[in-house]
Design a protein around this ligand. Sequence first.
Ligand SMILES: *[C@@H]1O[C@H](CO)[C@@H](O)[C@H](O)[C@H]1NC(C)=O
Ligand SMILES: *[C@@H]1O[C@H](CO)[C@@H](O)[C@H](O)[C@H]1NC(C)=O
Ligand SMILES: *[C@@H]1O[C@H](CO)[C@@H](O)[C@H](O)[C@H]1NC(C)=O
Ligand SMILES: *[C@@H]1O[C@H](CO)[C@@H](O)[C@H](O)[C@H]1NC(C)=O
Ligand SMILES: *[C@@H]1O[C@H](CO)[C@@H](O)[C@H](O)[C@H]1NC(C)=O
Length: 206
Amino acid sequence: MKPSLTSLHLFVVVIMTLSISSSMITTAAAQTVTDTTGREVRNGGKYHIIPIQGGRINLTNENICPLNVVVNLSSKDKPGDGFYFSHYTRDAFLRTSRILSIDSGKKNVSGCNKSTIWTIPNAEAKAPSNLITTGGDMRKCFQVVNYPGVSRKHRTPTYMLQYCPSFCGVRVATKTCFNISTYSYKGVTRLASSGGTPFAFGFYKL
Ligand SMILES: *[C@@H]1O[C@H](CO)[C@@H](O)[C@H](O)[C@H]1NC(C)=O
Ligand SMILES: *[C@@H]1O[C@H](CO)[C@@H](O)[C@H](O)[C@H]1NC(C)=O
Ligand SMILES: *[C@@H]1O[C@H](CO)[C@@H](O)[C@H](O)[C@H]1NC(C)=O
Ligand SMILES: *[C@@H]1O[C@H](CO)[C@@H](O)[C@H](O)[C@H]1NC(C)=O
Ligand SMILES: *[C@@H]1O[C@H](CO)[C@@H](O)[C@H](O)[C@H]1NC(C)=O
């Protein structure tokens, strides 16, 4: 029996609907990251991380190596240290939910000659092993993801960070990606994969 025109037509419509909806899912998953003024964030560019609750992000000024990443909630004057976010692709702009590397850029801070690439020694362990440090030997272990509820509340593009060790060759038992939140100890707040409310931030270009 020859297929009728209507069933063929229906088939074509179903196929078209499926391909349109799958391409919509793909575009919803990865979006261009924008800074606090709404401009696209450049792939490989230097940006300051601005905590949504205020304050600044700096490399630690303690004499330790590798270095930690410290949140100073009371600092308002300067935008803190700048960091390089890169997909290591030819894309012009940073995209959400795409693996990237974060590089402190500044070499030999406090005489620390380890690499300037961010990593987490052991994301499944307790502090200090789950703190973000420099000294990473694998690039592209992090991703920036949308934090939509918080974005709407603050009316500026707001993101959170995830550390995804399995994307950069580290085997972990539990999760693919760990949310980055803050961990406070003896009055110092650091970025870590310690669970709890994710750290919400915006990108700021000087
Ligand atoms: C936080 O920033 C303030 C103001 O810039 C500064 O006085 C204070 O020492 C900083 N705290 C830490 C722990 O770095
Ligand atoms: C944070 O970084 C900025 C820029 O590098 C620097 O001027 C400032 O002194 C640093 N603050 C602290 C508390 O380390
Ligand atoms: C790194 O810093 C230390 C101490 O601050 C200094 O003695 C050393 O010469 C520096 N090394 C380089 C390669 O700049
Ligand atoms: C890095 O620093 C350590 C200790 O501070 C030192 O022993 C080592 O020689 C340094 N390496 C380089 C390549 O500078
Ligand atoms: C990361 O944080 C988001 C927002 O709070 C939450 O919905 C999600 O379950 C968290 N994911 C993990 C792996 O903890």
